[in-house]
Design a protein around this ligand. Structure first.
Ligand SMILES: [Zn+2]
Ligand SMILES: [Zn+2]
Ligand SMILES: [Zn+2]
Length: 289
């Protein structure tokens, strides 16, 4: 069995935006449904492979009841602030502090487990600068490994990652990830606009069990950097037609901006006739043979 958890499903605005008074942001706040409160987008191939490290990751992890100390591999899509902040990594010092002053009531103390951070050149630089800055005080047990599109890498015995090219920004090479674990494959595809033919060509080697795709602009027009609900529907259709997504594969939308995406129950209605799941924070997706 393979479990994939959506820890956050909001865009860089957060959902609702605390700075915005538009109707959609206001409706989200009025509702009791917790699925209308979205943290920054990130996901976990349970328990050890995390995709993206937004500033609110610690809260998202606690909310979804997952343990970050079990994460050994951190894949970063790109350096935008809602996908890569070094603040959650600094919190790893908490384990070192606990070790420094052990207390008989909380023994035995676990060791800080090593973590490898994978990303493009810009992410690697940002991470390197952070580690250099803290190195006089802490050894956070973090290593950096650079990724390039279409060059797969092994993450332990059971798992392989295939970075593919996103269509997202001009000043860095944003990545999307296909994760293969056991007999299952998962495509995590945010942030991105409509995929290039080069990426579709690469994806044709897979018969995916699960796709999680960028639907930032909801009911508004898509841009070159993000998709909307209409493009997500088209993407699913194309992937099924070309055999990239299994006929009974799961397809989930994520990275919703509050100003253009209706509240969760309406979003679910708009997507269910296309057999697309409206993602929400804390959604566990289970793959079984
Ligand atoms: Zn984003
Ligand atoms: Zn972005
Ligand atoms: Zn708004």
């Amino acid at each position: 069995m393979v479990r994939f958890v959506l820890l956050g499903t909001g865009s860089s605005d957060l959902y609702p935006s605390p700075w915005c008074g538009c109707d959609f942001c206001a409706f989200a706040k009025e509702e009791d449904d917790k699925r209308n409160w979205r943290n920054f987008s990130c996901a976990l191939l349970y328990p050890d492979v995390l995709i993206d490290c937004p500033p609110d990751l610690p809260h998202s992890a606690l909310k979804a009841n997952v343990e970050l100390y079990k994460v050994r591999h951190l894949l970063i899509t790109h350096s935008h602030h809602d996908h890569f902040s070094t603040d959650p990594l600094l919190l790893r010092r908490s384990v070192l502090w606990a070790k420094k002053t052990p207390h008989k009531d909380v023994l035995p103390l676990p060791d800080l487990q090593p973590l490898i951070v994978y990303g493009n050149a810009k992410v690697s630089e940002k991470c390197k600068a952070f580690l250099k800055e803290v190195s006089t005080k802490y050894d956070l047990q973090i290593e950096i490994q650079k990724l390039r599109p279409f060059e797969p890498a092994k993450l332990g015995e059971r798992t392989k990652v295939h970075p593919v090219k996103a269509e997202h920004c001009r000043d860095e090479e944003a990545l999307l990830f296909v994760l293969e674990r056991d007999e299952f494959s998962i495509f995590y595809a945010t942030d991105t606009g409509w995929l290039s033919e080069e990426t579709f060509d690469y994806l044709r080697q897979f018969s995916l069990d699960l796709v999680v795709a960028d639907a930032t602009f909801g009911l508004a027009p898509a841009t070159e950097e993000h998709m909307n609900l209409e493009q997500v529907r088209k993407l699913k259709e194309r992937m099924v037609n070309e055999g990239i997504l299994k006929e009974n594969g799961k397809f989930v939308a994520t990275h919703f901006s509050p100003h253009w995406t209706p509240k969760h129950n309406l979003l679910t209605k708009a997507l269910e006739e296309h057999n697309i799941i409206a993602g929400y924070d804390g959604l566990w997706l289970i793959l079984e043979s």
